[in-house]
Design a protein around this ligand. Structure first.
Ligand code: SF4
Length: 339
C-alpha cells in the first residue's frame, strides 16, 4: 500500500473540564467524532463518558483527571494522533499533547503555552467578550473540522429516560410532570442564587402549575439544595448526588422546566430543548448564555459585572439584584409558550 493510501492519523480532541463548557463545545465534538474518514479520540473527565460514549460510538473516549494529568500520555502515543485540538486553555493540556508526540497541536495561546502549540489560533476579540460557543467553533474550524451552525443540541436517549423514570418512581413521581431546579454551581458562590429564591420559584411552580421540583446537583451543591428543600418543603424532591450524567440527562430531557444558575445543568437543559430560566451572577451571558428561544437569561448588569470571580468581596449584589419574581415571570412565559 502506498503512503498516500494510508488513512489519516486520528484527531485528538482535548475536551473542556466543565460540563457547561463541554455542552458549548458539542458542535466541535460532533464534527470530529462524526467524520467517517478520520478517527477521533476524545480526552476528558471520566464523568463525561456516559454522555459521550453512546452518542459517538466510533470515537475512542480516554478518561482524564486532575490528579493524573499526564497518565494518558502512553495510550495517546500508541494511538498516534496526527493532530491535537485543545479546547482547554491550560498549560497541562499542551504539555500532554507534546509528550504524547502529537505533531500538530492547535489551540488558543494561553497560560504561557504558546511555544508548545504548532498553531496558535487568533481570537476574534478579547477572551470572554463573545459567545464561547463561537470560540470553540473557531478552534474546530482551525483544525479543518466542518463545524456548521454552532448550536449545541442533544436528545435524551431511551436508556437515559428509563434511568430517570426509575429515579422519579423512587420519589413518588412516576408519570408526573415536574421541573428541575439546580441551586448549586461548582464554580463558587458568585454563581449561586440564594436558595430562598429557588424555594420561592418551587413554591410558585407547585401552586400555579402543579409541578413538583426535582433538585439536582453534585457533592458541592448539597448545602444549597438542602437549604432550598428546607424552605420549599413538600414542593421539592431532593435528588442531589443521586444522578450521574446519564440520569441527569434523562431527568432534564423529561422536565417541563429547568431553573438553574449559570452551570452545566443550564447548558444541558437548554441543549435538550427544555424551557430554561438561567440566573447569572459574576459571569456574563454574552460569553456563556445558551442562545435559544426557550431560554430566559436573568442578568442584573450590575456595575461591577461581569467580574468572573468565584467569591465576591462586596456582597454579591449582582445576584441579590435578581428577585424571585423575575424568575417566576420568565417561568410563566416559558410554560405558556410550551403548553
Ligand atoms: S464583584 Fe460585582 S459582579 Fe463580581 S460577584 Fe461581586 S457583585 Fe457580582
Amino acid at each position: 500500500m502506498s503512503s498516500s493510501a494510508l488513512p489519516p492519523r486520528p484527531i485528538l480532541v482535548r475536551l473542556p473540564n466543565w460540563l457547561g463548557d463541554l455542552i458549548q463545545a458539542l458542535p466541535v465534538v460532533s464534527a470530529a467524532a462524526g467524520n467517517p474518514s478520520r478517527r477521533a479520540i476524545l480526552v476528558g473527565p471520566a464523568g463525561f463518558g456516559p454522555l459521550l460514549t453512546p452518542r459517538f460510538p466510533s470515537a475512542e473516549f480516554i478518561p482524564w483527571s486532575r490528579a493524573r494529568r499526564f497518565a494518558a500520555a502512553g495510550a495517546l502515543r500508541r494511538a498516534r494522533p496526527g493532530t491535537a485540538l485543545l479546547l482547554t486553555d491550560s498549560l497541562s493540556s499542551a504539555i500532554l499533547a507534546a509528550v504524547a508526540l502529537i505533531p500538530e497541536r492547535i489551540g488558543y495561546a494561553a497560560e504561557l503555552r504558546g511555544a508548545l502549540l504548532t498553531r496558535r489560533v487568533p481570537r476574534s476579540g478579547p477572551s470572554r467578550t463573545g459567545p464561547r460557543v463561537e470560540e470553540y467553533a473557531a478552534l474546530g474550524r482551525a483544525a479543518g473540522l466542518l463545524v456548521g451552525a454552532a448550536v449545541p443540541r442533544l436528545t435524551a436517549l431511551p436508556e437515559e429516560l428509563r434511568t430517570a423514570g426509575e429515579l422519579l418512581q423512587g420519589v413518588g413521581l412516576a408519570g408526573a410532570s415536574y421541573a428541575v431546579l439546580a441551586p448549586g454551581a461548582s464554580y463558587g458562590p458568585a454563581k449561586r442564587w440564594n436558595p430562598e429564591r429557588f424555594a420561592a420559584v418551587a413554591t410558585h411552580l407547585a401552586t400555579r402549575f402543579g409541578l413538583t421540583s426535582i433538585l439536582v446537583g453534585t457533592q458541592e451543591d448539597v448545602a444549597a439544595a438542602a437549604e432550598t428543600e428546607r424552605m420549599a418543603g413538600g414542593f421539592v424532591r431532593n435528588l442531589t448526588r443521586a444522578t450521574n450524567l446519564s440520569a441527569l440527562t434523562g431527568l432534564l430531557g423529561g422536565a417541563r422546566l429547568v431553573v438553574s444558575n449559570d452551570s452545566g445543568v443550564m447548558h444541558l437543559g437548554a441543549a435538550l430543548g427544555r424551557p430554561t430560566v438561567a440566573v447569572f451572577g459574576s459571569t456574563s451571558p454574552v460569553w456563556s448564555a445558551a442562545d435559544a428561544p426557550w431560554v430566559r437569561n436573568l442578568y442584573a448588569a450590575y456595575p461591577c459585572s461581569p467580574c468572573f470571580r468565584r467569591t465576591c468581596p462586596i456582597g454579591y449584589g449582582c445576584l441579590r439584584s435578581i428577585g424571585p419574581e423575575q424568575a417566576i415571570q420568565a417561568a410563566d412565559e416559558l410554560l405558556a409558550a410550551d403548553p
